[in-house]
Structures are given as C-alpha cells and as structure tokens.
Design a protein around this ligand. Structure first.
Ligand code: ZN
Length: 236
C-alpha cells in the first residue's frame, strides 16, 4: 500500500500542475475580451474625433468657397453697375451687393469660430491618437503573448498528461477512481500529507487514532472533514 500511496502522491503533483494550467488557460479568453473592450473604446474615441475634425474642416472649406463666390459675384455686379439702364436696376443691384457683403462678413465670423473649434479638436485628436496608437501596440503585444502563453500551457498539459498516463498504469483502478472522484469535488486536490496531526488541506485537527491508522500505511484513510486521502509525512 505504501508504494500505491507514493505513486498516488506523485500523481497528485502532476494533476495539480494540469489543474492549475487548465485554470490559467480558461482565463485567457476573458483577459483577451477585457483588453479588446478597452481597445475598441479607444479606437471609437479616436475615430469619432477624427470624423468630427474632418467635418469641421469640410465645413470651413465650404464657407470659404461661399465667401469666394460672393466676392466674385460682387466684382461682377460692380463692374456692370454703371452700365445699368434704370435707376431701379441700379438700386436693386446695389442692394444685392450690400447683402452679399453682409453675408460675407457673417460667414467670415463663422469661419473664425470654425477655426477655433478645429484648433480645439486637433489638440483632442492628437491626445486620442497617441493614446490609441500606444494602446494598439500594447494590445497587439498582449495578443501575441496570450497566444504564446496558450501554446505553452497546452504543451505543459500534454506533457503532464503523458506522465499521468504512465503513472496511472501502476495504480490500482479502484483506488484511482476514488482519488479521481475526490479530486473532482475538492478543487483538484485529493491526497494530502498530515502536518502536525492536522489535515494540510482543510487544517482539521485529526483524532490520534486516525493519525495512527495513517501512519500504518496499510489502508485508505480519509480526512473526516474534507474527505481527502491522508498520507503520512515521512519528511519530518
Ligand atoms: Zn481535510
């Protein structure tokens, strides 16, 4: 029985590595999702400011073009002003010129406002762009690392599984299924050493008679509290 226990304890070490590795592996998609969400938020902010800046610039261009057209129109009207035949025509054209000049003035004020907004948005854009590009790099590195980590962990699991299979051949089937059952119910740990008459998993103080049974190493003794298989600690 002693050899069985030491094999089972070796198996527990392997299973602990597999268990921890699987836990770590299962957390990777969530970690990726978290980073992806941050990245998308930064990307969206960057794109929004970029779009608003482009809109402002286009608006400014349209206003400038309008001013230019109005100025050209005024020149044309002024050129033919004194060739007009009636006083009424002269009067109307002069009114049109005055209106156009008023519109130019208003539009030029709007252009100044536009330019102020552009300046403001450009500052925001620079910050958002820097933030976005920095995080993009960070995010891409993170994805590469996660992929590598995933690959490494899978390697560990497959190597440990090979070791496990070799070892389980040496363990009695009934004992093995008892062990596997406890392991599935107890966070991956089914066999523990006694430490100063205490279960080293759940820290229950063990009755002296039970400790003696464990020390004899001739049958399976379970912790009355956590049900894990108890084995004697020879290292002490
Ligand atoms: Zn216990």
């Amino acid at each position: 029985m002693e050899k069985e226990f030491s094999n089972l304890y070796e198996l527990q070490k392997i299973d602990k590595i597999i268990y921890d590795s699987e836990q770590e592996l299962s957390q990777i998609p969530e970690e990726i999702k978290k980073q992806e969400d941050i990245f998308k938020t930064k990307e969206e902010k960057y794109n929004n400011i970029k779009e608003s800046l482009e809109n402002l610039k286009q608006m400014k261009e349209e206003k400038e073009q309008f001013v230019e057209e109005q100025k050209q129109m005024i020149v044309r009207k002024e050129e033919k002003l004194y060739a007009l035949k009636t006083y009424q025509e002269f009067n109307e054209t002069q009114k049109e010129i005055a209106n156009a000049k008023k519109e130019i003035k208003e539009t030029e004020d709007e252009i100044v406002k536009c330019m102020e907004q552009i300046e403001e948005q450009e500052k925001l854009f620079k910050d958002a762009e820097q933030d976005y590009l920095n995080f993009k790099k960070e995010y891409e590195d993170f994805l590469k690392n996660s992929e590598k980590r995933e690959h490494d962990i899978k390697n560990i699991i497959s190597k440990q599984t090979e070791l496990r299979n070799k070892l389980t051949d040496k363990i009695d089937n009934q004992l093995l299924s008892q062990y596997d059952l406890i392991r599935s119910r107890r966070q991956g740990v089914a066999i523990v050493k006694i430490n100063s008459n205490t279960c080293s998993a759940c820290f229950m103080n063990l009755p002296p008679q039970l400790v003696i049974e464990v020390r004899k190493k001739n049958k399976v003794v379970q912790c009355p509290s956590c049900q894990r298989i108890l084995i004697w600690n020879d290292e002490k």
